[in-house]
Design a protein around this ligand. Structure first.
Ligand code: N01
Length: 533
């Protein structure tokens, strides 16, 4: 049981990968720190996203903490890509091993966080409690605030209704059921093949098709595990300075346009057969930048879709029109193959829009559908949603929601001017979602830990991003992003999936290695760009 001491040194919000490590790390300097967690257990995204087929799209060996060699030596990952239940088990193991639960308050939603100028403290209010803390660490996740479905007639539906990002803890039985699923992003790409195996009929409502690379998931052999364990330090060190925070893949610094067509196709085929979105994208550096280079990779994947999907009309509907990698690439197990099943149909809602949800199912302009189960795989209010769901008030009564009304603004994605002593782990403005999240989280947690330690060591009470440096960083983010093709399409990276959200490219696209060097440089120069008092 957490003793509800109301005056703390640090309050961390969220007990996913970021919050758990932050709490553990702060114990090194004996600070009085707690986590406040909305859920009834640890795990963050892996606690909530329990939909069928939920699996990581970064390899298990990479998608794990590096901070404890004992942990990485004792833990055995079963598969190349871990499923949700295994990652959640791992995080529970971490919570137990490091005795973290005693400082976590579960089932408690933070409603507001208010800075008190007189005392230089934050007041954190939940539904039932109020806490005072010197530092506030937002470990609230990047894809943790779901986009609540907003369809006409939703409340009329009388069947079972589920949202992938808020899946129930009990098993959902699809046997002999007619199922509808709206959305074809990563969550749907993973769940559709699993649901189709069980359901009597599955109707997939697609607004935009997505590129996906086969994951070729498989059990890890003993020798693969022991090889990783013997080489962890090398893998981790490499990951720290790569573009995407991944040390184990086949990353190559070369351009597709420098090679003859035959070689490119052979290479793309090789990577398609190895599988995994990160391996496919790591082949050539210009695919994300040059339209001509991108078209070669995009056409290759479209040719694979045509090969796999028997019906040419369905294959065409499943072939994306955007550039590849512009939206986050998916990794799948039998996604395109599933559309060859007799019990699966694809409905193009551009051609036949959904009019409303009904008592029995839904109606489009042209058809009526009856469902026992309706699933929304409609995504998240990415990067800013979870932070803005808390009423955060900084200096001079400034609200974060007002400061961010034209898009998030932050220095290094870690600190926000006018919000002293408040840190965001993998916040907008940092590489976060463009990298292996665990490597990004560890880097932020260690940076925040060093910063807080520095403040205590030097008897300083207050740190705040300087507005000028924040503005320069924001200009830099924009400049770097605008040179990439990711800038061009309507993805959640730019907030285009949320009606009314200001279009701003939110993550830092300059590469994780460069970003880490920048953060290290800032810290080693006594925190350049921060006002400290
Ligand atoms: O969400 P999405 P997601 N009417 O936003 C459609 C991570 N993740 O939950 O593209 C009809 O990608 C929407 O259509 P469109 C991963 O980073 C990781 O699948 O906007 N359709 C789209 O098809 C991923 O990128 C893993 O035209 C509507 C879909 O719903 C991110 O989470 C696994 C609609 C939403 O796709 C988000 O993935 C799963 C509407 N009103 C997720 N609104 C891992 O493997 C939305 N759509 C770690």
């Amino acid at each position: 049981m957490v003793t509800k001491s109301k005056k703390l040194d640090v309050i961390i919000i969220g007990s996913g990968f970021a919050g758990l490590y932050m709490l553990h790390k702060l114990r090194e300097i004996n600070l009085n720190a707690i986590i406040i967690e909305k859920g009834s257990g640890v795990g963050g995204t892996w606690f909530w996203n329990r939909y069928p087929g939920a699996r990581c799209d970064i390899e298990s060996i990479e998608y794990s903490y590096s901070f404890s060699d004992e942990l990485q030596q004792e833990w055995n990952w079963s598969n190349r890509y871990s499923d949700q239940s295994e990652i959640l088990k791992y995080l529970n193991h971490v919570a137990d091993k490091f005795d973290l639960r005693k400082n976590i308050i579960f089932n408690s939603t933070v409603l507001s966080s208010t800075y008190q100028e007189k005392t230089n403290e934050w007041i954190i209010d939940t539904e039932s409690d109020s806490f005072v803390t010197k530092f506030c660490v937002m470990a609230t996740g990047t894809l943790s605030s779901i986009k609540e479905p907003n369809f006409e007639g939703l409340e009329d539906f009388q069947g079972e209704l589920y949202i992938t990002g808020k899946w129930p803890h009990h098993r959902v039985d699809f046997t002999n059921k007619k199922v509808g699923i709206i959305g074809t992003g990563s969550s749907a790409v993973q769940s559709i093949p699993v649901i189709a195996n069980e359901a009597k009929k599955l109707s997939v409502f697609q607004r935009s098709p997505n590129y996906s690379i086969p994951a070729h998931n498989k059990p890890l052999s003993r020798s693969e595990i022991s090889n990783a364990k013997s080489n962890y330090s090398e893998i981790r060190n490499k990951a720290k300075y790569t573009r995407a925070g991944i040390g184990y893949n086949q990353f190559q610094e070369r351009k597709i346009l420098d090679f003859p067509k035959d070689y490119i196709i052979e290479e793309l085929n090789k990577r398609w057969n190895i599988g995994g979105q990160e391996i496919f994208t790591a082949g050539f550096t210009d695919v994300g930048i040059e339209p001509e280079a991108n078209k070669i990779a995009a056409d290759f994947v479209k040719s694979k879709i045509k090969e796999i999907v028997n019906d040419p009309i369905t294959a065409d509907l499943l072939s994306p029109k955007d550039s590849i990698g512009c939206k986050r690439l998916c990794a799948d197990t039998n996604y395109f193959e599933t559309f060859n099943r007799k019990n699966v149909e694809l409905i193009d809602i551009n051609n036949d829009p959904i009019k409303s949800i009904t008592k029995e199912g839904l109606v489009t302009n042209k058809r009526d559908f009856d469902f026992d189960i309706l699933i929304f795989a409609t995504g998240f209010d990415a990067m800013t949603g979870a932070l803005l769901s808390i009423d955060i008030t900084g200096k001079n009564n400034k609200k974060l929601k007002d400061k961010w009304k034209n898009g998030p603004r932050s220095y290094l994605g870690i600190s926000i001017s006018d919000f002293p002593n408040l840190f965001t782990v993998t916040g907008p403005g940092s590489p976060s979602v463009l990298t292996n999240m665990i490597v990004a989280i560890e880097q932020h947690v260690e940076w925040i830990f060093d910063c807080i330690s520095f403040l205590y060591r030097s008897n300083k009470n207050n740190i705040e991003a300087n507005l000028e440096f924040e503005n320069t960083w924001m200009d830099h983010i924009e400049e770097v992003a605008s040179n990439t093709l990711r800038y061009t399409c309507n993805s959640w990276y730019v907030g285009a999936n949320v009606p009314g959200k200001k279009r701003v490219f939110m993550p830092y696209a300059g590469g994780f290695g460069k970003y880490r060097e920048k953060c290290d440089e800032v810290a080693s120069n006594s925190y350049t760009g921060f006002d400290i008092s």
